[in-house]
Design a protein around this ligand. Structure first.
Ligand code: 5AD
Ligand code: SF4
Length: 441
């Protein structure tokens, strides 16, 4: 088949970016472009970038440098930069004014227009610097590598303005997709053999607030729960402030919504939570986890924590350790605070040194790893239900999947049958901090 050109997409950041790249890949393939896994031999290279921390931006700028070099060898190479970095003012200015080798600058809300931008730059030989589009797109195709589980975006943007976070600036205001488009997409996925979907949004609890009709996140979950063929529903990310009683009850009553709650606490100190503009106190957060565990006793609760936010003292940090010990999260994802240009926290006095941040991080990870293992050890000799995603990457003799609580399980099958996409009961023989090992029964 004749191809319009070979393309590669370099992606970093969150699941939203991963999924936007899956959509761009499908759209370009539909237009007759051909995917290549190798950016070195591509005719078109697209960068879908992340700005959440400086390290993510540095990685993207490193890759962009390689592509600039590549372009000296192949002047026809088309380079497109999208994602969050295209909205970071400092980097945008660099891209627009100094990086003339970049042909297309788009962003986070117009990624689905990439085929038009490519055509435009190819025809006009001019650069395309695209504007933001506020409307949420309708049904879009996606190239999903995994045949069992897929992402589905339910809303774009974020209105929260936590003081450390660049996302509201890079992703714009909240816009929900229409419930009928989401239901249609999930129904099609289930009919095509997908067994698990993860609903994506920067703050899924706000789903529907901007729509004219009466629909909220709990209502959407109720409707998705009825779709035949689907086994599991997950969602990312929810804000602890907006986690309502109605939502807990809907999840408790649903069949498919998994017993996994990812609730980013960010800090255990009320002083820091206030400075972060999070809208809850440690006491409120702890009470929320208690209410969840009352209604969903098997619940696994995980969190995100930022270490070294401005003005975080040793006492504030101890408050965070104390919450970890009190709530006993199943897992905590920890991040060193990274000042982001244009956010209120970047201008705060008392920035914390990198050494102190790293030292606190090491202590926190130590505490959390022990708690995670404490949660996992009692699973030894228990039977858990695993949705099989495929062969284990570490050991092709084994299968790999996850529990409803999102723990990774590697296990031995009984005979040669392909278990991909199946629900399998697995007896856990060895529980570790990061995975469980067992055999199918
Ligand atoms: N510095 C460090 N971590 C951050 N996060 C968001 N912004 C920053 C920042 N400026 C973390 C939060 C969020 C996760 C996705 O990334 O913990 O929940
Ligand atoms: Fe990174 Fe946040 Fe943008 Fe996702 S939304 S790519 S995590 S800055």
């Amino acid at each position: 088949m004749e191809t319009k050109g070979r393309f590669n997409i370099w992606t970093s950041g969150c699941q939203m970016n991963d999924h936007d790249s899956e959509i761009m890949q499908a759209l370009l393939e539909k237009e007759g472009y051909q995917w290549t896994p190798d950016p070195e031999t591509a005719d078109i290279v697209i960068l879908n970038t992340c700005s959440v921390r400086k390290t993510a931006e540095q990685r993207a700028l490193g890759f962009l440098g390689n592509m600039k070099h590549q372009k000296t060898k192949n002047p026809e190479l088309i380079i497109a930069v999208g994602g969050c970095m295209a909205h970071n003012p400092e980097i945008r200015e660099f891209l627009v004014k100094k990086a003339s080798f970049v042909n297309i600058i788009f962003g986070t809300r117009n990624f689905h227009k990439l085929p038009d931008y490519l055509e435009e730059t190819m025809e006009s030989k001019q650069r395309v610097i695209a504007d933001k589009i506020e409307e949420a797109p309708g049904l879009l195709p996606a190239h999903r590598e995994n045949p069992v589980k897929g992402y589905v975006t339910i809303m774009y943007g974020c209105n929260n303005f936590c003081s450390y976070c660049i996302v509201p600036y890079t992703r714009g205001r909240e816009k929900s997709r229409l419930p009928e488009d989401i239901i249609e997409e999930v129904t099609r996925l289930a009919a095509n053999g997908y067994r698990e979907i993860t609903l994506l949004g920067q703050n899924v609890n706000s789903y529907g607030k901007d729509l004219s009709r009466q629909v909220n996140f709990a209502g959407l979950l109720e409707r998705l729960d009825e779709i035949p063929g689907l086994f599991r529903i997950r969602y990312m990310t929810s804000h602890p402030r907006d986690f309502t009683e109605e939502l807990i009850e809907t999840i408790a009553a649903s069949h498919k919504v998994c017993e996994h709650f990812h609730l980013p606490i960010q800090s255990g100190s009320n002083k820091i939570l206030e400075l972060m503009n999070r809208g809850y106190t440690r006491e409120k957060f702890i009470r929320l986890t208690e209410r969840i565990r009352e209604k969903v006793p098997q619940a696994s609760i995980t969190t995100d924590i930022i270490i070294g936010f401005p003005a975080e003292t040793e006492d504030d940090f101890q408050d965070t350790l104390d919450v970890l010990k009190q709530v006993k999260f199943n897992a905590a994802f920890t991040f060193l605070y990274s000042p982001r240009q244009g956010t209120p926290a970047e201008k705060m006095q008392e920035q914390i040194s990198q050494d102190i941040k790293k030292e606190r991080m090491a202590r926190l990870v130590d505490v959390q790893n022990k708690i995670t293992l404490e949660h996992n050890l009692p699973l030894e000799n228990q039977v858990v239900e695993v949705l099989v995603e495929g062969k284990s990457k570490k050991n092709p003799e084994r299968w790999s999947g996850r529990t409803r609580t999102n723990k990774i399980v590697d296990f031995e099958g009984i005979d040669d049958q392909d278990l991909t996409g199946k629900l399998v009961n697995v007896l856990i023989t060895c529980a570790r901090t990061w995975n469980l090992v067992g055999m199918s029964v």
